[in-house]
Design a protein around this ligand. Structure first.
Ligand SMILES: Cc1ncc(COP(=O)(O)O)c(C=O)c1O
Length: 385
């Protein structure tokens, strides 16, 4: 029996063991239906994408393998696949080092930990925009750092003048640049922020959890130009690359600080100085299966497809002269109708969500899935035009 037919018969055995009318069978069916929400063409509520089928095979493989990369010497095949993926991302982002994480909350924490360990500045301050993800201030609290929020401009990007002034007052340990804010998808001016960080001897971390995917599209990667100069970058394939959670990477310029003071006698190698502990193929086999079965080009095609739909949606809203709208380069469109209307029913059915841009409440549409389309969203909004 080949390995693949073994997987099929395993699935078949599990399914046939379930009595059709058992409550658990119904619950499984309901769970599957609930998750299909992300495959609907009207899904644009949040950054959770429809999962690519090859990635599901990867999840299954990861479950069957269940190796622990803390003992990577036991799993040469899995280790080779992990390295192959890390090399590919390192080349793409022009960063020499990388590791997989369980999400960008961990990536941001790992990056700021490294920044703190290496900083020669006397302050404990970290700057980022007021639209930076909440995991940044959470990481600062864990690390005993002081996060100070810099105001944003009308496009939701960090105000670079205010950032420079703040740096002149207190040189920070790190500046966090967001490439794709959670609220409106804005990309902070990357080259300017990196230059400011260099001027003040500060670490520059780019939180590209959402926007980092653009790097895979030749058509859209220019929005991230300069990113190679950052000290660290995090990116979440589980947001904008059709991957199941958890799948996230942190890339960086300098190798991790020495962890030789951590002595684990039952492991053959010292663990890396990262937040994460045990992990296996669940972090990267789905991504690997997507790459080998669908190909790199399909990632790029799907990004372009998502952004085309975002463009169509924004274009139609722009025609409503009395509506306010803000289109980002990363596939999030925010808007406010001319008069106060209650769109709670559309939030509850996954078509959109609420957010704040510069303190103002707005509605937010997130093109995270390659299956999401502008048309059903515009149809749902038509009666308010
Ligand atoms: C910009 C940004 N950074 C970081 C995160 C945290 O990522 P995760 O949920 O993978 O921990 C998010 C989550 O939405 C985000 O939008």
């Amino acid at each position: 029996m080949t390995a693949l037919s073994e997987i099929f018969s395993l699935l078949q055995n599990q399914l046939s063991a379930l009595p059709k009318d058992a409550p658990s069978a119904k619950l499984i069916q309901q769970l599957i239906t609930e998750g299909r929400l992300h495959h609907k063409i009207s899904w644009a509520g949040h950054m959770t994408p429809a999962i690519e089928q090859p990635a599901l095979l990867g999840q299954l493989l990861a479950g069957l393998h269940n190796g622990n990369m803390l003992s990577s010497e036991l799993y040469p095949q899995l280790a080779a696949i992990e390295q192959q993926l890390l090399d590919w991302f390192c080349q793409l982002f022009e960063q020499p080092f990388a590791h997989f994480t369980h999400g960008s909350s961990y990536g941001n924490l790992d990056a700021l930990w490294q920044a703190r360990e290496r900083s020669k500045n006397s302050s404990n301050v970290v700057y980022g925009s007021q639209a930076a993800h909440y995991s940044i201030s959470k990481a600062c609290r864990i690390l005993g750092l002081n996060f100070q929020a810099i105001p944003t401009n009308e496009f939701g990007q960090i105000d670079v003048k205010a950032l420079r002034t703040a740096c002149q007052n207190t040189a920070p340990i790190a500046i966090v640049v967001t490439a794709g804010t959670s609220s409106c998808g804005a990309i902070d001016p990357i080259p300017t922020c990196i230059n400011i960080a260099k001027e003040f001897n500060s670490w520059c971390h780019i939180d590209a959890a959402w926007g980092g995917a653009l790097m895979l599209s030749l058509k859209h990667q220019h929005h991230l130009s300069g990113i190679a100069q950052a000290d660290s970058v995090c990116i979440d394939p589980h947001k904008a690359l059709g991957q199941p959670k958890p799948c996230s990477l942190l890339l960086y310029k300098k190798s991790l600080t020495n962890s030789s003071d951590i002595d684990v006698d039952y492991l053959t190698q010292s663990p890396k100085q990262t937040i994460g502990g045990s992990y296996g193929g669940e972090l990267f086999l789905p991504l690997w299966c997507s790459l080998i079965l669908s190909g790199k080009q399909s990632f790029s095609d799907r990004i372009n497809q998502r952004l085309e739909q975002a463009e169509l949606f924004a274009h139609a809203l722009k025609k409503q002269s009395d509506w306010w709208e803000l289109q980002s380069a990363t596939g999030i469109v925010c808007f406010r109708p001319s008069t106060a209307v209650d769109l709670t029913h559309l939030i509850n059915s996954g078509l959109l969500s609420k957010a704040k841009v510069n303190g103002q409440e707005v509605y937010r549409v997130v093109f995270a899935s390659h299956t999401s389309q502008a048309r059903p969203l515009l149809t749902a909004l038509k009666s308010y035009f």
